[in-house]
Write a protein that binds this ligand. Structure first.
Ligand SMILES: Cc1cc2nc3c(=O)[nH]c(=O)nc-3n(C[C@H](O)[C@H](O)[C@H](O)COP(=O)(O)OP(=O)(O)OC[C@H]3O[C@@H](n4cnc5c(N)ncnc54)[C@H](O)[C@@H]3O)c2cc1C
Length: 385
């Protein structure tokens, strides 16, 4: 039976980066991947350009039952450390918006970089892991043989996009060792609308508009996109991580604006025409058919304007559900962070067993934060071995 200093299960973002760091520490490394190639999600990420980190990544951009858990790892391997690595490999990149860094070329450059840096680790693809048992050390039985190590890093990701190779493997291993799981749910996911709202908005499918979306004290300002099933776009994906099925969201369709200027208007222009400075014609049509009564501006009294303001700035919609793991960018919930050391990602119960990346109950916002968690948590685990 071959023996290694560390066996990493999952050759995605976190697993590959853990291999890089373990190799730098002079360790012998085996990486086991059940699909036919490493880094598949990296390849499709960021629309093919991989939003590999965010300039402003900080613990506030992460959701977890324990919001303090991610602090240590994020502080010890920061976005600037990863940017330095990207620059060392001469990968050109740009900030798209809000600190989001994308490759100028393609996501493949990030996978190639990780493969180059992890050259020296043994990578087995198409490898089915049948069991992980702990005796004195760990014995990992696979379709390609039996391997032994004192340290096993679980980097098998979450449940999102099963057709890309996502499995519940990490959660199963956690359960097998008596480690608690925080209930999982799809996150960064398009939302569904109820039957009546869908009837109203379906014809806007494909249209996007700037808005502030909120639930409770959480709010995001970015575009929302109407779809044939409900709502998507960056602001919706962001808020999706904070809501449960049957919650309501509030949409402010006029961020930074209101219609107060028409309160004493003498204009003969119709409201429908006036609203063109804010919305597309199709959008105005839907608003006029469902929410506002369009007439010449001079005919509105103050009370009516206040009512329209309130409709456009406080549109409340019921959210019966979301499009599920098939469409979710990430999985919220996962291995309970109370079970792990925040310094090393090692299980408090099982010496030598580590969980990193998306399988943990740490979920980043949209915008490069999830990859940064993969890099930071991988660094924390692999440098402690
Ligand atoms: C369409 C899409 C676009 C995205 N874009 C971005 C983006 O631009 N920026 C960003 O920050 N985040 C993005 N994300 C999220 C990001 O991809 C994940 O957060 C990140 O990949 C998590 O890294 P990970 O290593 O934990 O898991 P993964 O990258 O999912 O890797 C897990 C690996 O484990 C393997 N595996 C699973 N089960 C087993 C098993 N039983 N045995 C062996 N191997 C197994 C999988 O095949 C996979 O290779 C995107 C996600 C999606 C779906």
């Amino acid at each position: 039976m071959n023996s290694y200093d560390v066996i990493i299960i999952g050759a995605g973002a976190a697993g590959l980066f853990a291999a890089v760091i373990a190799l730098q520490k002079g360790k012998s490394v085996l990486v086991l991947e059940h699909s036919e190639k490493p880094g598949k999600k990296i390849l499709i990420s960021g629309g093919g350009r991989c939003n590999f980190t965010n300039l402003y990544a900080s613990p506030e951009n992460y959701i977890s039952q324990n919001p303090h858990f991610c602090k240590s790892a994020l502080a010890r391997y920061t976005q600037h450390d990863f940017i330095e690595l990207v620059e060392k490999h001469k990968i050109a990149y740009h900030e798209k918006k809000l600190g989001q860094l994308f490759c100028d070329g393609s996501s493949k450059q990030i996978v190639d970089m990780l493969m180059k840096e992890s050259n020296g680790a043994e990578l087995k693809i198409n490898c089915k892991v049948n069991s992980v048992e702990k005796e004195n050390s760990f014995v990992v039985k696979t379709s390609l043989g039996k391997f032994e190590s004192g340290s096993v890093i679980i980097a098998s990701g979450g449940l999102s996009i099963p057709k890309m190779g996502a499995t519940a493997f990490g959660y199963k291993i956690a359960k097998q060792f008596g480690i608690n799981i925080v209930e999982t749910k799809p996150a960064l996911v398009p939302l569904l609308l109820g039957k009546d709202d869908l009837k109203t908005f379906k014809e806007l499918s494909g249209i996007s508009t700037d808005a502030i979306i909120s639930t409770g004290k959480i709010s995001f300002r970015e575009n929302i996109l109407f779809t044939h099933k409900g709502l998507s776009g960056p602001a919706i994906l962001q808020i999706s991580s904070y809501i449960s099925n049957s919650d309501r969201i509030n949409i402010d369709l006029l961020p930074e604006n209101n219609l107060d200027e028409i309160k004493n208007s003498k204009e003969k222009q119709e409201l429908k025409t006036y609203l063109k400075k804010y919305f597309s014609e199709r959008f105005i049509q839907v608003l006029a058919e469902n929410y506002i009564n369009s007439k010449p501006l001079y005919q509105y009294n103050e009370k009516e304007v206040n009512k329209i303001n309130s409709t456009l700035k406080n549109l409340m919609l019921n959210i019966p559900g979301n499009e599920g793991y098939e469409k979710a960018e990430v999985t919220a919930g996962g291995v309970d962070t109370d079970e792990l050391s925040s310094k090393t990602m090692m299980s408090k119960k099982v010496e030598g067993l580590f969980f990193i990346g998306e399988v943990t109950d740490v979920t980043g916002w949209l915008g490069g934060y999830n990859f940064q968690w993969a890099w930071s948590s991988a660094h924390a685990a692999a440098s402690s071995i």
